[in-house]
Design a protein around this ligand. Structure first.
Ligand code: C2E
Ligand code: MG
Ligand code: MG
Ligand code: MG
Length: 282
């Protein structure tokens, strides 16, 4: 009896795994297909320079429209793109779009803006990665200092040596480097000083409860750590005035979150940023 149970349970899992695998393959197939048909979009979320009170940068975020007018979450499709290797091509496309956008904003009079682009592990494993990034910036005539490459702790921990070498090469070429979702990963504290970082992004998780019972002790500690290391700090997921005041009091440099703006399509970003153009006296 016990054996039979085990067997049927095993078969149950097996079917579930087959379903899971075919679901994944189906998703990957339609992601590739939609990408090849130009259906993917890059949206941008403005970043507020807390010191100057101006939006001086943005994060590029991939958007995959689904059939009913909504979007499939990057939290679902990015892992699939990584797993399938598509992220190598997809990631370069996001970088190209971002460079093109920065150039376009410049032509509209919005100069010196910085764009942050998320980079996944398979991209680092591609031996042409660093060269491709350098060439893309050149092709679009974008100053590398305006391009910030965001990597998560898990990328660093996956293959520290490989990642550090690539980042140092990128840093030598003046690209900006940020560590994303800091504090949620695999304790990359030991690598923090070895990485050529410009910025540390405090994960939304540590901002979330502030003003609603949460004390913000972790956010405060990460910001302080970042400052002691001489890095700029970006707070992610700022949703309230209270949270903005909280991080401003800690001298956090950059604020990104729904309180200021949600990620938006390129045309909307232009309107958003142009809206703050007049720097003239009233
Ligand atoms: P991330 O890089 O940490 O990006 C920030 C995420 O937080 C975005 O989610 C953004 O929409 C969301 N967010 C920003 N402010 C707030 C806020 O105030 N409240 C809340 N609740 N959320 C906020 P999104 O666009 O869904 O992206 C999720 C993740 O997918 C990203 O996290 C990043 O890890 C990955 N991702 C997105 N685009 C790309 C890409 O082009 N390449 C790679 N490799 N990963 C990407
Ligand atoms: Mg990011
Ligand atoms: Mg993040
Ligand atoms: Mg995140």
């Amino acid at each position: 009896k016990a054996k039979k149970d085990t067997q049927s349970r095993y078969r149950f899992y097996e079917t579930e795994m087959e379903d899971e695998t075919s679901w994944r393959l189906g998703m990957i197939r339609s992601l590739v297909n939609d990408f090849n048909h130009g259906k993917l979009q890059v949206w941008y979320q403005p970043q507020l320079n807390v010191k100057t009170g101006r939006f001086d940068g943005m994060e590029a975020l991939l958007r995959w429209p689904n059939s009913d007018g909504g979007f499939i979450s990057p939290l679902i499709f990015i892992p699939l793109a990584e797993y399938s290797g598509l992220i190598v091509e997809l990631g370069m496309w996001v970088l190209e779009q971002s460079c093109e956008q920065v150039k376009k904003l410049e032509q509209l009079g919005l100069t010196g803006l910085r764009v942050a682009v998320n980079i996944s592990m398979p991209q680092f494993r591609n031996s042409n990665f660093v060269q491709n990034v350098i060439e893309t910036a050149k092709k679009y005539e974008v100053d590398p200092e305006q391009i910030e490459l965001e990597i998560t702790e898990s990328v660093v921990m996956d293959d520290p040596k490989l990642v550090i070498i690539a980042l140092e090469e990128l840093k030598k070429n003046k690209f900006a480097i940020a560590i994303d979702d800091f504090g949620t990963g695999f304790s990359s504290l030991s690598y923090l000083q070895q990485l050529p970082l410009d910025r540390i992004k405090v994960d939304r998780e540590f901002i979330k409860g502030i003003g609603e019972g949460g004390d913000g002790i972790i956010a405060e500690t990460v910001i302080s750590l970042s400052q002691k290391l001489g890095k700029e700090t970006v707070a992610e997921g700022i949703e309230t005035q209270f949270q903005l005041d909280f991080i401003r009091n800690l001298n956090c440099d950059v604020s990104q979150g729904y309180f200021h703006a949600k990620p938006m399509p390129a045309e909307q970003l232009e309107t958003f940023l142009l809206g703050q153009l007049p720097d003239v006296e009233p």
